[in-house]
Design a protein around this ligand. Structure first.
Ligand code: UT7
Length: 329
């Protein structure tokens, strides 16, 4: 493959991995009740659409979850790990302060030398990572990239805060992105507005060998909800305009899997039937940067998304960050 233009990036294969421990709403409610905290399956389903989530064992890290997801994507793509020349991992729950999860994963894959780095844009992380990889492939800086979202959000949940701890789960999703003479990724848009730091944050850090602040997730759910609904429609329309397509061209919508009500509201605003909405929030909960590639892989392996289908991916989350990618699968 030469670097002659036009050069595009195309998804060659997808993969995902969920840690085996599935926790139902009823089990979580029982756990919280032991600390005198009241919640119920009914409340969680009605407000979020979540029925269950997966939690990683205490010694399992983001790179541990990323590895089987990456291997499944490589196998689906028919690409050998040795042929990967770029690894980007989107995560907000890395194994350690440094090195990056991408470097740790590179070593676990047994490949050495290719560029590897993490992207931190919380629940928009995968859309950010995919856009960076797309740009690097288009420019000729990379030819075959592993782009992954991997999270162990259970590590940063405050199990004394029922307004957040029932929402999130752990998992990883991956794609192999390869250079192609035909698109592929049609258009993307990334945004951030740092004025909204306080509505969704994990305000802790390490300094002098000490943990400073509270490294547990805090969220003003209603404020995030309002912002999310507004930006998801706007960014989808901007990406469609850029690509010269209309909402009627979208075969499948994969929004960040945070809340079924936000997802259905977005589909409605884009005049799409909810049949075209890929939903995994019911079984995965909100897995932050992993949610979109996890949902993509489930839809591909489940036979919903077929080669040639047009797919809109949309992320929104802490930062405040948001973005979208339109692609021909
Ligand atoms: O991943 C990044 C993006 N994140 C999101 O998109 C999340 C956006 N926000 C949301 O999805 C929703 O705002 C939540 C699911 C977080 C909350 O739903 P809501 O409909 O906005 O509920 P609320 O915060 O207005 O709370 C309603 C009531 C409150 O009680 P009062 O004040 O009405 O008596 C809460 O205390 O529900 C109560 N509540 C609960 N009750 C049982 C809050 N959490 C729970 C709970 N179980 N787990």
């Amino acid at each position: 493959m030469t670097t002659a233009f036009p050069r595009y990036a195309r998804i060659l294969g997808t993969g995902s991995y969920l840690p085996p421990h599935r926790v139902t709403n009823a089990e979580l409610a029982e756990r919280l009740a032991r600390d005198g905290i009241e919640t119920s399956h009914e409340w969680i389903v009605e407000r979020t659409g979540i029925h269950a989530r997966h939690f990683a064992a205490p010694d399992v890290t983001a790179s541990d979850l990323a590895l089987p997801a990456a291997q499944a994507a490589l196998e689906a793509a028919g690409v050998a790990a040795q042929d990967i020349d770029l690894i980007i991992v989107a995560t907000s729950t890395p194994d350690m302060v440094f090195p990056s999860v991408a470097c740790l994963l590179q070593n676990k894959l047994g490949i050495h030398g290719c560029a590897a780095f993490d992207v931190q844009a919380v629940c928009s992380g995968f859309v950010y990572a995919l856009t960076v990889a797309d740009s690097m492939i288009k420019s000729g800086a990379a030819t075959k990239a592993l782009v992954i979202g991997a999270e162990v959000f259970s590590r940063i949940l405050d199990f004394k805060d029922r307004t957040t701890c029932v929402l999130f789960g752990d998992g990883a999703g991956a794609v192999v992105l390869g250079a192609s003479e035909t698109p592929g990724i049609l258009a993307s848009e990334l945004h951030a507005d740092g004025r909204h730091v306080d509505i969704l944050c994990t305000p802790g850090t390490v300094s002098g060998g000490q943990v400073l602040g509270q490294p547990l997730l805090k969220m003003d759910g209603q404020a995030v909800f309002k912002l999310a609904v507004g930006v998801l429609e706007k960014v989808a329309r901007a990406v469609l305009d850029k690509a010269g397509r209309t909402d009627a061209d979208i075969d499948w919508l994969i929004p960040h899997q945070a809340n079924i009500r936000i997802m259905q509201g977005t589909a409605k605003k884009l005049k799409m039937s909810t049949d075209k909405l890929i939903v995994t929030v019911d079984e995965h909960g909100n897995t932050s940067a992993a949610s979109i590639p996890l949902a993509l892989d489930v839809a591909v392996r489940g036979g919903k998304i077929q080669r040639g289908d047009t797919v809109m991916l949309e992320g929104v989350g802490g930062g405040f960050t948001w973005g979208a990618v339109l692609l021909d699968f």
